[in-house]
Design a protein around this ligand. Sequence first.
Ligand code: HEC
Ligand code: HEC
Length: 476
Amino acid sequence: MQPIGMAVAALTFSLMLTFATPADEVRQNQQNGWNQQNGDKDHDDKPGACESQSVDAPGPGCAKALVRLFEQGKEIFRFDTFGDEDYWGGMLQLHKAVEGAALGGVGPGVSPRTALTVAGLKVDVDALPGDVQAKLRHGKVDLDSPATTLALLKLNGVVGVKGFFDTDGSFSSIGITCALCHSTVDDSFAPGIGKRLDGWPNQDLNVGLIVSLAPNLAPMASQVLGASDSATINTLKKVLLSWGPGFYDAEVNLDAIGFRPDGKSAATRIPAAYGHLGEDLHTWTASFGDVTYWNAFVANLQMHGNGNFNDERFNDPVKYPAAVRGGFFKLRHDPDQVTSKLAPLHYYQLSLQAPTPPAGSFDPAAAKRGETVFNGRGKCSGCHMPPLYTDAGYNAHTPAEMCIDSFQADRGPTGAIGSTMVTPQLSGLWARSKRGFFHDGRFPTLLDVANHYSACFNLALHPDEKSDLVEFLKSR
Ligand code: HEC
Ligand code: HEC
């Protein structure tokens, strides 16, 4: 193992060589909004349009326009903070906790080892220059030093986390991107280090723990809980630390409800961002809206990006006191760093297909029999309609229909038929099942799910039917 200083010097050196690449320029432009950057005003002002009127076949402009949307959306999904570093670094000072007191911040700092194991962050191996990869392979990078974490951030190598550095190299702020929660890596280099898998939920990520490290939680406590004294900040920390790996609570900063009535965490599993093409309503709780609604919601209200956002449903001090405190029903920023990105982000997300289950991970003959149960005796396809496996039309149901409590459903805006849950599509279940099933992971296995439905719908499924059903679900 090299002394810390040398390893960092090596990393920092290779970083200088790779800095200010065209990709960085694209990212920089993108922070300013897509409209101004490529001079193609016609297309950028009409998001998604590749022909301006109806035609019999897509013109040559379409192919180009769609590739561009995909590429822009990918960059945004992976690297765009929407200016949220003003919140995470500027207000909460999270970067100081990452760098640690020895480097000018506070506390012990976050080493790569802690980031990978305790926090569940992932490293994008393709962002690391060859010599850094070689050093890592030979154990010559100090994984116990926060300085190495900063070097990785400078290389843009930590999935979903963006470091901001002054010209003198000092660490000035930190921001997050969609990829933080909705991407992972394939572990091809080492556990937690590999190629990006966009759309796959990071089931190891401990968001609550990471946020709890922020030196200044007062702004978050005042918005979420309405006060910022030390007792309230401790309550906030308790809430954050109750989430655990693979979970996040996207409603607590609307309704200020940190725990379920039974005292358990109110957080939900981080869902997949793949396999959503063709679905109407989104998220676990149905009535928020569709994918593009939610993208704007998350970028502004969860990531705390600097955008414009309207939703009068949150102007409700009884149901959403925290949202009212945050002015979430009508946010305005100049410049708006979100809205111009919604079209490409939407396109990219809907282009993410669910991953195919690995060969040998299920029994094909049993899966075939299970499909018959799914569409027949199991009554599953009444809601999970093939080939989308969510309802065609209004894809939401009251919790009572699935024999579950209404705690989470009640937290969403009231929809057309009251409090509801979305029928989740079932593709790529194998890549999003580490933390169990249903919104809060209450069923650890698919057999538990099958048992639950058998009892709920009075199906009296035979054990063989249940295990076939499980194999079918694993094959999706
Ligand atoms: C801090 C973690 C986190 C970040 C960052 C994040 N999300 Fe999510 N995302 C979640 C969670 C948790 C949910 C489920 C929320 C709920 O139902 O209450 C979710 C839900 C979604 C859904 C709906 C999925 C479904 O099954 O219907 C989409 C789409 C989505 N996010 C896209 C994005 C995009 C795009 C970004 C960046 C603008 C983003 N998310 C940033 C955690 C995150
Ligand atoms: C009345 C509509 C309805 C029917 C019928 C139904 N489901 Fe569901 N299903 C849902 C909803 C809504 C959820 C989300 C529940 C939650 O998140 O708490 C869900 C969740 C699931 C999940 C968990 C997905 C995940 O990502 O956690 C699986 C697996 C599943 N259903 C399989 C089945 C099977 C198998 C059947 C038949 C035995 C079935 N469902 C019947 C509506 C339905």
